[in-house]
Ligand binder design. Structure first.
Ligand code: PEP
Ligand code: MG
Length: 644
């Protein structure tokens, strides 16, 4: 036992060997003279900063500096230390590797390389990939933030900062953003699935109710959109489109700022700055790329997300969910027309309207990817997701299609399914309506031809992915539609290819997201040139519980220690992983050069990435904001278990 309360030459303190917020080298900490540890913790007296020790006790300070240097060199990392001085004699009580912010972690890792203390591989391995998330979203301009005063506090539900005009409905968010070009913050009591489009167009989301797993929080995190949830101080008047906070009434169009990393709300405009992967961050990412074996792609279905992902280092698109392109207000009408068509001729007429739009979408994606691979997944969800539920929309559609309203309502109700996730979706849509696959193939191939003609320097090889396959014959059936259409398209446009001196080639592959596909992967690989593991559905179908409803009971499973974590976020290596590994092995037996990827939500999870590396996948694909996390996790996996 040593005593820091033995008079004015005694004291106690805590110090870091580098600044834990910025990573700046140099002692950072505080101490109290004539005090014990609990006095520092109690906060009754104000401690002095560590540099003051140099003035009061220069010898002790010099000794402390030399010990810190020795400890850092020994542990080869930034140290968090506790010390006591008893009558002028220094005692070190404890040292451990210090906790630090993401920014500090990157700077410290780079500095330790430059100081010759650690190798590049050690630097890459010492950073927690998940920590990077905080650096990947827009932040407030630091100077402007200092001058601002928060007026409210909610939960820090989804990181990043946002500034924009207040809107109160998802429809207003969409309209203000798309038609007036405004930046908006969607303020709601709580959000629901109908709000998704509006949420997508919002800079940030603020809710009065709901916790960290509320709809708003979960969806915003998935979108990479800033969100503050559960700010119960807000008094909402949805009808009048106003809310009151800190005694001030905010109307539609008033500017507010919210910080999803701290939960703070500001009643004023604070400019934001975009995240960039530069400086120390950029250097660590470059090193990660040097050491990783797995490729990293992104899940993106619009040019904005695709470009963002490219900036973050994505090497291609691993999943373009084409259905997202049809929810756009200017497409949905043609899509609905196609769905309620009674004859193939009617359907083809509607599809002809969608073709140029879809081709345009794909051209934009190919442009954004600059010759890097793009995997386009054909229409997947149950069709009822697209049909109108609003009476006005139903009447308008009936008119457009020259149909009786009652007749249309009957068609709509015939689309009802008891279990839509296991119903008429995925490749089953292309089996029943091959003309959908035909249109999508035409759009993909024509887009690739057009962009190849504009950019002969890019080698565009379209990758067409058929979803929800469980039987080789259904894949063969759809593939046949695809190849017949694609080959015809290529032959017809031969001139355009010949101009660039290249013949367009394409690949057809499948998602492995049904256990039967995994079990028969050796057969499936006879038709599929690549597999992409759709682990969202594969998890759903393997566990036998719904990906949309499992949240209702999973908490009890964690409380009762049945599951440790959400199997939809972190791959269940024991069960689902076994299927993934088995399918990879079987696929390679049939087709040794088969390309293997993962595009479920798990593709951005570091522990899943380690597993994907181990079993020899070619790439992981994740949302744009997780690309740097995936790059780092892939490098760490290869450093731990080098791939030959
Ligand atoms: C999946 O099932 O993992 C997948 C990526 O497809 P979706 O989430 O679109 O069903
Ligand atoms: Mg799926």
């Amino acid at each position: 036992m040593v005593f820091g309360n033995m008079g004015d030459t005694s004291g106690t303190g805590v110090a870091f060997s580098r600044n834990p917020s910025t990573g700046e080298k140099g002692l950072y900490g505080e101490f109290l003279m004539n005090a014990q540890g609990e006095d520092v913790v109690a906060g009754i007296r104000t401690p002095q900063t560590i540099d003051q020790l140099e003035k009061t006790q220069p010898d002790v300070y010099a000794q402390f500096v030399s010990i810190v240097d020795k400890l850092e060199k020994h542990y080869r990392d930034m140290q968090d230390m506790e010390f006591t001085i008893e009558e002028g004699k220094l005692f070190m009580l404890q040292t451990r590797n210090g906790k630090r912010t993401a920014a500090a972690a990157l700077k410290i890792a780079c500095d330790l390389i430059d100081e010759g203390m650690i190798s590049e591989k050690e630097a890459v391995s010492m950073i927690d990939p998940k920590q990077l998330d905080a650096l990947l979203h827009p932040q407030f301009d630091a100077k402007k933030l200092k001058a601002a005063t928060p007026i409210g506090q909610g939960l820090a539900a989804s990181p990043g900062a946002a500034c924009g005009k207040v809107v109160f409905t998802a429809d207003d968010a969409t309209e203000w953003a798309t038609q007036k070009g405004e930046k908006v913050i969607l303020v709601r009591l709580e959000t629901s699935p109908e709000d998704i489009e509006g949420m997508h167009y919002s800079e940030g989301i603020l809710t009065v109710r709901g916790g960290m797993t509320s709809h708003a929080a979960v969806v915003a995190r998935g979108m990479g959109t800033c969100c503050v949830s559960g700010c119960s101080e807000i008094v909402m008047n949805e009808e009048a489109k106003t809310f009151t906070l800190a005694g001030k009434v905010f109307k539609e169009g008033d500017v507010i700022s919210i910080d999803g990393s701290t939960g703070k709300i500001y009643g004023e405009a604070i400019p934001t700055v975009e995240a960039t992967v530069t400086g120390y961050f950029g250097r660590i990412m470059e090193l990660a790329d040097k050491f990783r074996a797995l490729q990293v792609r992104t899940n993106a279905d619009n040019p904005t997300d695709a470009k963002q992902a490219r900036l973050y280092g994505a090497e291609g698109i691993g999943l373009c969910r084409t259905e997202h392109m049809f929810f756009n207000p200017d497409r949905i009408a043609a899509m609905r027309e196609m769905i309620v068509s009674k004859t193939a001729a009617q359907r083809e007429k509607a599809l002809a309207k969608l073709l140029p739009m879809q081709q345009g979408d794909f051209e934009e994606l190919y442009e954004a990817l600059e010759g890097n691979p793009v995997t386009i997944r054909f229409l997947d969800p149950p069709l009822h997701e697209f049909v109108p539920t609003d009476e006005g929309d139903i009447v308008a559609l009936a008119k457009e299609m020259d149909m009786d309203v009652a007749d249309l309502k009957a068609v709509i109700s015939s689309l009802h399914e008891f279990n839509p996730m296991m119903g008429h979706r995925g490749c089953r849509l292309a089996v029943t309506y091959p003309e959908i696959a035909k249109m999508q193939t035409q759009a993909v191939i024509q887009a690739a031809l057009a962009v190849s003609a504009r950019h002969p320097e890019w080698n565009i090889v379209p990758e067409i992915m058929i979803p929800l396959v469980g039987e080789i014959k259904e894949l063969a059936f759809v593939k046949n539609v695809v190849t017949e259409t694609a080959d015809k398209c290529i032959a017809n446009s031969g001139k355009c290819i010949a101009d660039s001196g290249k013949a367009l080639t394409y690949k057809v592959g499948t998602m492995i997201e049904i256990p039967r596909a995994a079990l028969t992967a050796d057969e499936i690989a006879k038709e599929a040139e690549f597999f992409s593991f759709g682990t969202n559905d594969l998890t759903q179908m393997t566990f036998g519980f719904s990906r949309d409803d499992a949240g209702k009971f999973l908490d009890s499973y964690y409380d009762n220690k049945i599951y440790e974590s959400d199997p939809f976020a972190r791959l269940d290596v024991t069960g689902v992983g076994k299927l993934v590994e088995m399918a990879s092995t079987l696929g390679k037996q049939t087709r040794p050069d088969i390309k293997l990827g993962i595009c479920g939500e798990h593709g951005g999870d570091p522990s899943t990435i380690e597993f994907c590396h181990k079993i020899g996948l070619t790439y992981v694909s994740c949302s744009p904001f997780r690309v740097p996390i995936a790059r780092l996790a892939a490098a760490q996996a290869n450093i731990k278990n080098p791939r030959n």
